[in-house]
Design a protein around this ligand. Sequence first.
Ligand code: CIZ
Length: 337
Amino acid sequence: MEQTMLAEQVLEWKGRRNAVILAHNYQEGRIQDVADFTGDSLKLAQFAVRTDAEVILFCGVHFMAETAAMLCPDRKVIVPDLAAGCSLADMIMPGQVRKWKQQHRDGVAVCYINTAAAVKAECDYCCTSANGEQVINAIPADKEILFVPDFYLGSYLKAKTGRNIELWKGYCPAHAVIDPAHIEKLQEQHPDAEFLMHPECGCLTKQMDLADKILSTDGMMKHVKESGSKRFIIATENGILYRMRKENPDKIFLPASEHATCSHMQQNTLEKVLRSLITLEYPVTVEPAIARRAILCIERMMEISQPKAEVVHGWLDPEPHPVRWGDPVLAAANDLS
Ligand code: CIZ
């Protein structure tokens, strides 16, 4: 089908289904163009909570749709392709966190948002690349910490906070291909360019000092808009370049690697988006017993984030409630006692 017609059909079916389309920053441009909101996984989930649409078509990867499904249990959350998973999230299993907690009775498990709901259910705190430092700093200083699954984000947080963090050895294959030698070449060719790096980058441990800024995807979007620089080298998944170029047409964005592409993210296409709206496939749900526990570590993160993020959903009470370390209800639900 011709592209404009395809986009028109998507918008028509979106209206018929009373749906919203949420697109992650890494999604292909055609999907970003029909989306109601584009952003990082947390912002997308928060947007989902605020909308009164009946259907949420989540274009990203599976753990992101799970987060939206947990926060919006009364809505239908669907994804264009169930094969859009996350290699990094698959590198940690719930039983592995459980085992660590059995061996470290007083320890605190922190998971990156890139984890399955079942893993979040075993953890005490969740974090994103935007608020990881705040989350780690909020944990009492005497606690041993396990950080899963991303080794590079974990190393970055360890360096920034000076805390003794046990690191899981997971990594994101799309960020792992970014090569420090190539970045050096780009920096030589473009000495005026600002170099922005995502903390999932495999070269982070070597290259950290060379980055002008280490930022989450939304952090990068904000920075490129506000910065006086005209040229940027971007070290993250290349889908974000579409949004950067679209929103900043007077600036130049160079990928740190032509190969930094997430094959999972790219499973989603505009054709599949249309099919999803027509068939209402594929639904994503999370078992209530898992969701109830996973939400706790997400809510804790929201409570800590500065500026303070909305506590988006109260699974324990009809009214959202602030969540604090040592909360006996949370301790019992997450077996923290
Ligand atoms: O939270 C997200 O969306 C991810 C995976 C990365 C980021 O920095 O936004």
